[in-house]
Design a protein. Structure first.
Length: 479
């Protein structure tokens, strides 16, 4: 009998994700490639896969259940797979409870960042039958095969389950070394790939989609979780990436690509090879990516610009050298100034990602960060509040183990103050965040630049986004 695996991204609202209806209305969306990689791997072995992106489809919990009911009615041998980041967990949990009440005999599997970091917390809820820790493709397949054949679950690496009222962890799953062997994400399961649109400053042309070309970040940043992909950097070959680029352009009519890697530019040789191959194939498209400032040189940036790169987001995190050292960022402010000036000269737009409220932050260091961002020629900034995400060094050191079970994970979205630095209240952090945004974006030069961006096909949509962002900036902080 053919097996159907129903994959569900939980029904979290934009307001919940961004802590504000105004930010939520202006927020973007990206194709959930992690789930579609799992879907593609299961399809490779003959599974029938259904996919529900409840967040993107703006489904309520009941609306999500209605879709599940339809699929269960059509099929006879089903499994349900849920995913969850930390901020989504309460929504995933509520949905899982409803699903278990309605379909007690259907196994529910949960994967994703949250269970990979705090599995014991998740598996205390009996609505989850099995948990997948870390990379999910091979583990999910082997788990279902084992269940189908009545095998020994302890032989499946990378899972957690209950046995005789005890939580059982199997051996850790080894990281996927040869990423080229994984099939491309099952984008055909998405109803309308063109409906996924990033935030205002993150795209130049539409339709746009995201591609992941590597896994694992070798950085040691204390605020970053590596629970799923680890710190061991692994990459796909330039030829393999080229084939996926050809697929999204020719099959899905994509005109722009966002490379969603943590550190896309870490291997210059691979990047040169990739875009030389694109040139030979006569593939022209705009693209953007994330990078560290210590991964680029002036000549390399010129090559990127020549080959379609228009935007790079850099993680800066702080404008205070001592704070950078404490969070193990391993970059210097001089290096940041140099790289951003290069990008500005070459014509590549830049976004600086900053975090306020690091464990050793002070009002003085936060003021230094704001002043630094205004001095350097960033095109845009994103300013979030320090959040010790499960799986990070900060989580392990700042959150006592006995508090993990009762934490309010709905506030782990980087827009709330979860842990206050010594001497700085949560309200003060939020006030400084808004001050940062006001001082950066309400400058005449920035207002003029965004005004010009409205003169385009996407002008009306950009206006709505800008208006929502403006309302958020000027609204007072609630007590």
């Amino acid at each position: 009998m053919k097996i159907t695996y129903i994959l569900i991204y939980p029904p979290i609202s934009r307001s919940e994700r961004y802590s504000s209806k105004f930010l939520g209305a202006a927020g973007g969306s990206q194709v959930p490639l992690g789930m579609l990689y799992i879907a593609a791997y299961l399809e490779k072995y003959g599974y029938n896969v259904r996919f529900i992106d409840a967040e993107h489809q703006k489904l309520t919990e009941e609306g999500t259940l209605e879709q599940v009911r339809k699929y269960v009615k059509e099929e006879h041998n089903c499994y349900i797979g849920l995913t969850s980041t930390t901020v989504c967990f309460n929504r995933t949990l509520s949905l899982a409870k409803r699903l278990k009440e309605e379909y007690p005999s259907i196994p529910i599997v949960i994967g994703g960042a949250h269970i990979s970091a705090v599995a014991e917390h998740v598996m205390n809820y009996e609505c989850f039958d099995y948990g997948v820790i870390g990379e999910g493709e091979i583990t999910t397949y082997e788990l279902i095969e084992c269940l189908q054949q009545g095998g020994n679950l302890e032989s499946v690496d990378g899972i957690v389950f209950r046995k005789n009222n005890q939580i059982i962890y199997t051996n850790p799953r080894k990281l996927v070394k040869k990423l080229d062997e994984l099939p491309f994400p099952a984008r055909h399961l998405v109803k309308d790939i063109h409906s996924y649109v990033p935030t205002l400053c993150d795209y130049k042309t539409l339709p746009v989609t995201n591609i992941i070309t590597s896994r694992g970040c070798p950085g040691l940043c204390t605020f970053c979780s590596n629970a799923v992909f680890g710190r061991t950097y692994r990459e796909r070959s330039a030829q393999n990436i080229l084939e996926e680029i050809k697929e999204v352009i020719h099959k899905y009519n994509i005109r722009e690509i966002h490379f969603n890697d943590d550190t896309f530019l870490i291997n210059k040789k691979r990047i040169y090879e990739l875009f030389e191959s694109c040139k030979k194939e006569k593939l022209k498209f705009n693209w953007s990516c994330f990078s560290r400032v210590d991964n680029v040189t002036y000549e390399f940036l010129k090559f990127l610009k020549k080959n379609g790169c228009w935007h790079i987001a850099f993680g800066i995190e702080s404008g205070d050298e001592n704070v950078l050292k404490d969070i193990k960022k391993e970059i210097s402010l001089d290096m940041v100034e140099q790289v951003i000036s290069w990008c500005h000269k070459i014509g590549i737009k830049t976004k600086g990602h900053f975090i306020l409220g690091h464990p050793t932050d002070t009002i003085e260091s936060i003021n230094k960060t704001i002043d630094f961002a205004l001095k350097v020629k960033f095109s845009d900034v994103v300013v979030t509040i320090s959040t010790p995400m499960p799986g990070s060094e900060q989580f392990r050191t700042l959150i006592p183990h006995d508090k993990i079970k009762n934490l309010d994970y709905t506030k782990f979205n980087s827009w709330f103050s979860v842990v206050e630095p010594k001497g700085i209240s949560s309200k003060k952090l939020l006030i400084k965040q808004k001050e940062f945004y006001k001082r950066f974006y309400l400058r005449p030069s920035v207002i003029f630049r965004y005004g010009l961006s409205l003169i385009s096909f996407a002008g009306p949509k950009r206006f709505i986004t800008l208006f929502m962002n403006f309302i958020y900036i000027i609204l007072p902080i609630k007590n």
